[in-house]
Design a protein around this ligand. Structure first.
Ligand SMILES: [Zn+2]
Length: 323
């Protein structure tokens, strides 16, 4: 039988564990040194048995040597595996940024405040997608609430730095492994969207607040690294990493101007759904989870409204925008 995962030792004591989720990869990372190890993210509910634990066995890593599972952010594909993995890794402390803890600890809250938050604005996931979230979300208690700036020492000269990089989620965290000149950013930067396994862009980059997202890209750019590690993209080295970061930044400006043009060109006020569909046609179109473009579209509408470039009116019970 084929392995359900693939692993790469990116640098000494820094492993990427790739697991499969639908049409794309999800990456977890193990950082291991003489004092023990830290795992970043645990994937979906089935990721521990299909990928993480077989990989531990392959490299002869004892689950009891796992000091912590650091959850990069509150998203189903990054924390739902923690609740089963923590039973096996009995010493591991569960860590996350304090702002994402409520979503990680409560399925009801993450559904209401994140995945199904736009229903009152007329945007719904299709029934299958909605059911998929309900079936796969697994909450877990978080022992250590982080703020960013903490340092985790896993070896004599191996200190990992926790960095707060919001935008994709309020409490998204990155890890800087200075000894390996590696920056692990998971979903803090999402380029022009997520790729399938053949490198084709299929779904949008869901960022939810613009300035924090751009500031996070700049925070990452200021660090010295020669490898950039993400939650869904291939390993990026040197110049390609910097190019990825700059293109991610430019994409935000592109979406902003498309949203503005869509509203300006319309003869009547547009609903969120209408702006979403027209923006998708111009910056995508995305073939999978196109509804996730709602994060950027809504954030840009609010921003343009704040700058008084566009205005809001109510039609029936839904907000509409016009220039
Ligand atoms: Zn993700």
């Amino acid at each position: 039988m084929n392995k359900q995962y693939r692993t790469i030792e990116v640098k000494p004591g820094l492993y990427q564990i790739g697991s499969v989720l639908g049409p794309r990869y999800v990456y977890q990372y193990l950082l291991w040194d003489e004092h023990g190890a830290i795992l970043i993210d645990a994937g979906m509910p089935n990721t521990p048995t299909e990928a993480i634990l077989p990989f531990f066995k392959e490299i002869e890593f004892q689950p009891d040597d796992l000091l912590a599972i650091l959850i990069s952010h509150g998203d189903v594909d990054h924390f739902s595996g923690v609740s089963s993995l923590r039973n096996v890794c009995s010493r591991a402390l569960i860590m996350a940024h304090e702002w994402d803890v409520p979503w990680i600890e409560s399925v009801e809250r993450i559904q209401r405040e994140r995945y199904f938050a736009y229903e009152s604005l007329g945007i719904n996931h299709d029934e299958d997608t909605k059911q998929w979230f309900i079936d796969h979300l697994q909450s877990t208690d978080v022992h250590v609430h982080l703020k960013g700036g903490e340092k985790l020492k896993i070896g004599k000269d191996r200190v990992l730095e926790v960095i707060h990089v919001p935008g994709h989620s309020p409490g998204h965290l990155a890890i800087y492994d200075a000894k390996n000149r590696a920056m692990i950013v998971i979903d803090a930067v999402l380029h022009k969207g997520l790729y399938d396994m053949n490198g084709r862009i299929i779904s949008p980059p869901p960022y939810y607040s613009i300035q924090p997202y751009i500031d996070s890209i700049d925070t990452i750019l200021q660090r010295d690294f020669d490898v950039l590690l993400t939650g869904h993209f291939n390993i990026l080295h040197n110049m390609e990493a910097y190019q990825f970061l700059h293109e991610s930044r430019n994409f935000v400006n592109q979406v902003s101007s498309v949203v503005e043009t869509v509203v300006r060109r319309s003869k009547q006020p547009l609903s969120l759904k209408e702006v979403l569909d027209q923006t998708d046609q111009q910056v995508g179109p995305y073939t999978s989870m196109a509804v996730e473009l709602i994060g950027p579209v809504y954030a840009h509408l609010l921003e343009l409204e704040k700058k008084r470039i566009i205005n809001r009116t109510m039609k029936h019970t839904l907000p509409h925008w016009f220039a």
